[in-house]
Design a protein around this ligand. Sequence first.
Ligand SMILES: Nc1ncnc2c1ncn2[C@@H]1O[C@H](COP(=O)(O)OP(=O)(O)OP(=O)(O)O)[C@@H](O)[C@H]1O
Ligand SMILES: [Mg+2]
Length: 440
Amino acid sequence: TSQLIPQSTQSSGISVVARIRPFLPHEKQHPYPIIFKSENNVVTNDPQNKLLTSSHPFDSVFGPDSQNVDIFQPLIPNLHNVLCGLPLLQINYGVTSSGKTYTLFGNQDQPGLLQQSASYLMQQLPQARFFVSAVQIYLNQVSDLLNNNFQLKCLATQQDPLPKRVLKEFTSIQQLQKILAQAQGQRETAQTMNNSASSRSHCLIYYFIQLNNEQNQICFVDLAGSEPFQTNSSKQLQQESSFIRTSLLMLDKSIKDLKNLSTMNQNSVSFRSSLLTMCLRPFLQPQQKENRFQLPGSISLILNLHCVLDQFYSNKETLNLGLLTKEIKNYAKTPSRLGQLGQSCQNYVAKSTLQSQQSSLVESLQDESELVEQFEMLTKQLFQLQAEAEEEMIEMRREVVKEMAELMEIELEAQRTEFEAELDEKDRQIMELKRRLGEM
Ligand SMILES: Nc1ncnc2c1ncn2[C@@H]1O[C@H](COP(=O)(O)OP(=O)(O)OP(=O)(O)O)[C@@H](O)[C@H]1O
Ligand SMILES: [Mg+2]
């Protein structure tokens, strides 16, 4: 059955995709483009020195015209990996107002990655059960967005750092949408210089997929808005910004460690440095296997970019982190230790293949029964024709007999006439003899 299992097209299981959002109505454009797409590259032109151009190649790059459905396409191989038992970490990275929340949650017209992924997985595994949980990391606290921001203790473990969070089952996208809206309603947001609804907390949305006794998970991360230090903002905003910046630095450091681990054989990645990395540890903790470094699952990193002039250098940092992530070598193979959905996936694929074979057999049987029906109808018609023909034969025989009888009658009549003529002749001869006798 192995060739029936959907195979990932990314051997590394790490995909890095960039998205440049369009200008918003109030944003001013630079005289020449400073960040733009060229095939699978993001090209930057330094606003202070037009000659300073650099190209950043990624797995896919999407320009300002792209829709949320386009950004979903490169995620499909990662979702196939999920079906085959590899957990997935999907991170939306980028400076404040670059479109992270827009890409993940979307809006009414453009469902985000969350809705699109769920409907894709529900279609692929219709008999599985689906659960969602959502937490936020705000300042130095983790709280449950589906349980009135109940404060959660984050455990320093590789298994489940947040065992007390609430899981909600969903059986339709409408139901999921309601739960996601509830989570968004509980989230910390604020109006900032750059974004009228800036995320002030990191938000982690988990999907759990359960099939029989096996399960797998995805963690979608919408990072909080990181912005340059601003002296004129409120004390609270400054405090939030400082927490956000520190946690993002720690995430960057974990990614750098993973990259060094795979290229320089360094053997430690520190997760305890921030709540964010502690929460992400089940997806990032490397394992040494057959002298090779292996991640627990696959990773999708979306680099959200914009072309606002005064944040050009922050966007450049996003691009550099993307290039670094691309260098991580991941030898994770399906199904992994963590993901147990693999066998079920095989069974599922085998079962649906059997089902389709069964239905084509039923179809061919139906074809056959149609043939039998046709055969029976033709046989009936044939019998009828035969019966009609026999009747005709009998009729014809009758006619022939009648004709023969008529002919015989004519013959008889002729013989009778001949016989009568002979009788007349004999009578005449008798008379003649009598006459002669009288004379004698
Ligand atoms: N691709 C897009 N097309 C149209 N509008 C977009 C797009 N991406 C983002 N926007 C708009 O840009 C603004 C900022 O987007 P969003 O809030 O998603 O950014 P963010 O990266 O989450 O910011 P923060 O880090 O501050 O939370 C929003 O008004 C959003 O509607
Ligand atoms: Mg946001």
